[in-house]
Design a protein around this ligand. Structure first.
Ligand SMILES: *Cc1c(COP(=O)(O)O)cnc(C)c1O
Length: 498
């Protein structure tokens, strides 16, 4: 073997012999086997429980205590994955997964995520991935137009809505008290900033307040009305009261499609207050945002064009595998002003003429997430996506109709997009709220323990409710019917013991 660097090696394999990567032919064979395995796994989802039935610690105990010294074949790793880890997988893409919110899963999105990883793109600078940078811009432009958001808005992809709201509120802070970027909150007598939200606003707001150093006390929750929308007059009153007490009102975080019930603030009314009071308006439609594609649901989004920042998660209800969250803003330059900072080693000749995604937030490196969004939009088409969203909403309403017609249950909130909240009302408990709540919880736990379905709960008006959130591409009317029948059967069993 020559050590002369000018000679060409005799073989060009994947990674340079025994000290390199997996041989390319092994990769090919393992990859084919893996795709077959995934296809079988997806097709056989119903043979496994929706909620993982392992006890805490079981997975850890089944794993070796240390990494192997000698390398192991991929076959062995996949076998161990199947026997040891698959029992510990809660199946978010199961046809009867109805808990929390759906986690976008689709086969084209899966293929695209694999491809994205395989291309090893890190889109911090335009030059480190012109394709990822420009595809993100183009795809988010397509989506903005399809959602009916204003043409001037710019979008950026983050991992989650929790990351997005930190950026949104940091941008609000940049607008209100720009000195904080340099001097920090403590210096120079920065005012105590206040952020308003309804009782039902997602807890990522509170985490953002912690992260930004504003503190949990900066978040003031406003009561909701019987439609679970924020009481706008109470919001206005709270702002006046706070100004009086020396707070500086910063932002209102509106929600369209709340976590508990899929309910919505009336953004137009809230926007009036925000304009009058010079508050940043952030609209969180992490789950429900894709419903903007449906003309018959667009009214719920009236006023979103007045937002300063808006977030939706394609990884929830747009069939894009986790993670992929999009923040749109008419003020993206202000967001860049809040975050951009270029050390010498990241300076490039083309900055100024191109976008460097590292400027749009606190992270430097970025995955090529636009690829899966682009692939999903193209594979299903906007019409295909609309049809799927409509089907989920139809199924949710069907379930709600059955609940409404059944004296054993009451619906606890209007159907919010594809979310239905209900609780049990066993006559034997004679309307005792605490006993009914305990019964409802027991009913849900019993249903989940069958492994046939997975539901999660919420508190609405102090009462325990079971939530149905439809969003899996695999859910059919029969799945909804089967779940309803399961609740009926378990209700009767538990009531008989009560
Ligand atoms: C799910 C959700 C969030 C948080 O989403 P992540 O992407 O997991 O951070 C925030 N707000 C609403 C309304 C949500 O539904």
């Amino acid at each position: 073997m020559s050590s002369d660097p000018t000679t060409t090696p005799a073989t060009l394999d994947s990674g340079g012999g025994p000290l390199g990567d997996m041989p390319i032919d092994d990769f090919r064979a393992a990859g084919h086997r893996l795709v077959d395995w995934i296809a079988d796994h997806v097709a056989s989802a119903e043979s496994r429980p929706v909620l993982s039935q392992v006890r805490p610690g079981a997975i850890r105990e089944a794993l070796p205590a240390a990494a192997p010294d000698a390398g192991e074949p991929f076959e062995q790793i996949l076998d161990d994955f199947e026997t040891t880890l698959v029992p510990g997988l809660t199946q978010w893409s199961h046809p009867r997964y109805f808990a929390y919110f759906p986690c976008g899963f689709s086969l084209p999105g899966t293929l695209a995520d694999f491809l994205s990883t395989a291309m090893s793109q890190q889109a911090m600078l335009w030059r480190t991935s012109p394709a990822a940078t420009e595809l993100e811009e183009t795809t988010l432009g397509w989506m903005r137009d399809a959602l009916g958001l204003p043409a001037g808005w710019e979008g950026v992809i983050y991992d989650t809505a929790s990351t997005g709201i930190v950026h949104a509120l940091a941008t609000a802070r940049e607008a209100k008290v720009p000195a904080v970027r340099t001097a920090g909150l403590a210096a120079g007598g920065a005012p105590r900033l206040r952020i308003y939200a309804s009782e039902h606003t997602h807890s990522s707001l509170d985490k953002a307040a912690i992260t930004l150093g504003l503190g949990l006390d900066s978040v003031r929750r406003i009561a909701v009305d019987d439609q679970l929308a924020v009481r706008v007059e109470e919001l206005a009153g709270a702002i006046a009261e706070d100004r009086e007490a020396g707070w500086e009102p910063l932002a209102y975080v509106a929600t369209i499609g709340t976590t508990a019930a899929g309910s919505s603030d009336r953004v137009d009314a809230v926007a009036d207050v925000c304009e009058r009071e010079a508050l940043w308006l952030h609209v969180d439609c992490a789950y429900a945002g894709p419903a903007m594609l449906l003309p018959e649901h667009r009214a719920a989004f009236a006023g979103v064009e007045r937002a300063d920042t808006l977030i939706l998660n394609p990884h929830k209800w747009l069939f894009v595998p986790f993670d992929c969250s999009v923040l749109y803003s008419p003020k993206m330059d202000l967001l860049r002003q809040a975050f951009a900072l270029t050390p010498e080693y990241l300076r490039t000749a083309e900055s100024g003429t191109v976008k460097n995604l590292m400027d749009t937030g606190f992270q430097l490196g970025r995955r090529f997430r636009a690829l899966k969004l682009w692939t999903v939009l193209r594979t299903f088409g906007l019409d295909g996506i609309r049809a799927r969203l409509r089907e989920h909403i139809r199924l949710a309403r069907l379930f709600a109709d059955w609940i409404d017609a059944d004296p054993r249950f009451v619906r606890a909130a209007p159907v919010g997009f594809s979310v239905v909240c209900f609780r049990a009302v066993p006559p034997v408990l004679a309307g005792d709220p605490a006993a009914e709540d305990a019964f409802t919880e027991r009913l849900m736990n019993a249903a989940n323990a069958t492994g046939e379905v997975l539901f999660s709960h919420a508190k609405l008006g102090g009462r325990t409710v079971i939530r149905l959130a439809v969003g899996s591409l695999r859910t059919t009317e029969e799945d909804i019917a089967r779940s309803y029948r399961l609740f009926g059967r378990l209700f009767d069993e538990i009531a008989a013991e009560t």
